[in-house]
Design a protein around this ligand. Structure first.
Ligand SMILES: [Zn+2]
Ligand SMILES: [Zn+2]
Length: 673
């Protein structure tokens, strides 16, 4: 008997990609985490034994480089990242069973084990190669310390290991026009000895593996097959020191390449979780365990997962993944997520800037409403997020819940009446449950959401057509039947949505006084008191969500020495261009209580500025005033209006803005310094 008491149920090990410790969790990470978490929650809800495992990916040159720039040890950098990552995922209710680190003793042991088995199986060769060496910086240049043109697609500014444009992987020496990223000089070639995994020896195994039914989506299988057809080159798994990672046993100054020990983190994190919870790692990773290993990954890392990883596992006789759910990239408002644009939205900004308490769950719901098990890119659109949340959760399901529960409160003494439900609706729900189970198992979350929306609409139509507000005066029993039916339908919807919106479903559970599992969807409730009725959903307004889509984020620019102590130099201040402007006209921005759209004149130049001063000033009050404007601010879009500058204001004791104006009327366009 296992600790769950679920000895005979199927066992799953589910992972999502390990976030790299050299950066914050952004909405792209969350797309994958939400997809994985919803799948895991469904499996758990339906009684399966599941371990949901993740960790920070902590090694390699980018981490070393970042720590170097910050003047701290890599260990300090990854410790902080882990705290931040755990906090951000928790903010969106991602329910990992463990979030570990690849910089752990468990991971060192497994990396060494995998390596020694590869060696034992004659899979490792040592080759002396020409490697780039920077004469200026006096060091060998690992892949991330070198940049050049991709040998395959000719994209510029690609690192020495993988092209971010076409996903090709290659050796640094394949790069066209290489240069050192520290000093920009052209490096020279020097001899260095490295360790390679001879992937070609496993070609037959790999062909067989990727063709196993269900392991890869069709397009991904074709992608991987092309790589195998092109010929599997030996894969270099060593790097010269200095390198932040695990030293390779039996070498002087060689380290495992980060992509060698990162996926091993799936095993070592499982091991740690097993040790902490009185389980056996063999029950998950041995070939006899029968556990289904399912990896959720982005399409950019399929090469590592579908070629290197199975070879590593097979040579150590570990359980092979049953399935990869590979997803596409996240775009924001139709544009690629890019660090230099407002489309790069961090999880913590979403959590901090949107004050609506249900906003994290709304993002889960919205992502789910778009996710299918394919590799198409997903667009996060601000307006669409609002309309999907409000139309399905607030106006459909929330409305059905509210009108039903309030009716029971008012006319049936705060309880669910003691009559039987409408069997026709109960049958519809039974059939929907089967359909929705299938959608969850195949990870067709979009279909789950559509089906649930249809059930909500059915409920509202049934309610409307039945007219319980009239029945209650003429036929109490019939009115009671309508209520019992709607309450049971709401219960079923809450269960169907529980993997996606666990908190909203918990509200229904609180009001019905039970915690539900999947099989509880069947109609069963009557003659029961209702808990305190609370609304399921507060609709979300554009004004609440707009801030994360409009304000550019800090793009990890290196902090110069004079900024570290919080002080800036005069030169830094001089970069800000401040001028006196005259407000020529002003109007309220629709749907916003805080914003005014102003036309200002700065000398001879006219500009439009969107300013958050409507709480303190009316349009009439502000026209004609002289104000101080930052004129060299990057334009931003607020509520669909371009803003070309910012007006300075102080914050009053009541929190409302007070304009900063010249003490005497000065010439429009005058410089402020
Ligand atoms: Zn390329
Ligand atoms: Zn250099």
């Amino acid at each position: 008997m296992s600790p769950d008491g679920a000895a005979n149920s199927e066992k799953y090990l589910v992972t999502c990609g390990l976030p790299y410790a050299n950066g914050d969790i952004h909405l792209g990470h969350l797309l994958e985490a939400v997809q994985t978490d919803s799948f895991v929650r469904y499996l758990k809800l339906s009684g399966k034994q599941v371990a949901f495992v993740c960790a920070d990916d902590t090694h390699g040159t980018p981490i070393e480089l970042s720590a170097l720039k910050k003047g701290i040890l890599p260990e300090m950098l990854i410790a902080q990242a882990r705290i931040d990552h755990i906090r951000d995922y928790a903010g969106f209710n991602i329910g990992f069973d463990i979030f570990h680190s690849t910089n752990s003793e468990e991971n060192r042991n497994y990396a060494e084990l995998v390596y020694s088995n590869l060696k034992k199986n004659d899979m490792i060769v040592e080759k002396e190669i020409n490697q780039y060496y920077c004469n200026y910086d006096k060091r060998f240049l690992p892949d991330r310390f070198i940049s050049g043109i991709c040998p395959r697609c000719k994209a510029e500014n690609q690192y020495g290991d993988v092209c971010e444009k076409c996903n090709a992987t290659y050796e640094p020496t394949d790069l066209v026009e290489p240069h050192c990223i520290i000093c920009g000089n052209k490096p020279e070639l020097r001899k260095s000895s490295h360790l390679y995994v001879e992937l070609g020896k496993c070609e037959n195994f790999l062909r067989d593996y990727i063709n196993r039914p269900g392991v890869l989506q069709d397009d991904m299988r074709n992608f991987v097959k092309t790589w195998i057809d092109e010929g599997l080159k030996p894969w270099c798994i060593s790097r010269d020191g200095p390198y932040f990672g695990f030293k390779i046993p039996g070498t002087d100054d060689k380290y495992f390449y980060v992509w060698m020990d990162a996926p091993v983190g799936y095993i070592s994190s499982t091991d740690k979780w097993c040790k902490d919870n009185g389980r056996r790692v063999d029950d998950y990773w041995s070939t006899e365990s029968g556990t289904k290993i399912i990896h959720f990954i982005g399409k950019d890392i399929i090469y590592f997962h579908a070629l290197f990883w199975p070879v590593m596992l097979m040579n150590s006789k570990f359980n092979l993944p049953s399935k990869f759910f590979v997803h596409g990239f996240l775009n924001v408002n139709g544009e690629k997520m890019s660090k230099s644009r407002v489309t790069f939205i961090l999880a913590k900004e979403y959590l901090e800037k949107i004050k609506h308490p249900q906003a994290p769950e709304f993002l889960r719901f919205y992502f789910a409403s778009k996710l299918m098990p394919n590799t198409s890119d997903i667009d996060l659109n601000c307006g669409e997020l609002i309309s999907r949340v409000n139309s399905t959760l607030a106006n459909n399901i929330g409305n059905l819940h509210h009108r039903t529960f309030v009716f029971c409160e008012r006319y049936f003494d705060k309880s669910i009446p003691d009559v039987h439900w409408d069997e026709a609706i109960a049958t519809v729900v039974d059939e929907a449950a089967k359909e929705i189970s299938g959608y969850y198992e195949r990870c067709e979350l979009k279909n789950v959401v559509e089906k649930i929306h249809a059930l909500g609409s059915l409920g509202n139509k049934y309610y409307q057509d039945s007219k319980p507000w009239e029945l209650v005066k003429t036929d109490q029993v019939k009115a009671a039947e309508v209520m019992v039916t709607c309450v049971n339908l709401i219960k079923a919807i809450a269960i169907f949505l529980k993997p996606i919106t666990p908190e909203m479903s918990a509200r229904v559970e609180r009001q019905l006084g039970s915690i539900f599992t999947w099989k509880d969807y069947a109609f069963s409730i009557k003659n029961k008191p209702l808990g305190t009725v609370e609304k399921l959903v507060k609709p979300i307004e554009e004004e609440e969500i707009a801030p994360v889509f409009t304000v550019p984020v800090n793009t990890e620019q290196p902090v110069s020495n004079d900024e570290k102590d919080g002080l800036i130099t005069l030169d830094t201040f001089k970069k800000i261009e401040l001028k006196v402007a005259v407000v020529k006209s002003a109007e309220k921005v629709e749907k916003s209580s805080k914003l005014l759209k102003l036309q200002v004149e700065i000398g001879k130049e006219k500009r439009q500025i969107i300013s958050g001063i409507a709480m303190s000033y009316t349009s009439e009050e502000i026209v004609g005033k002289q104000v101080v404007v930052i004129t060299n601010l990057k334009p931003a879009t607020l509520f669909g209006h371009t803003s070309e500058g910012m007006i300075l204001a102080a914050t009053g004791s009541d929190g409302k803005p007070i304009l900063i104006c010249p003490e005497k009327v000065s010439g429009s366009g005058a410089k402020v310094s």
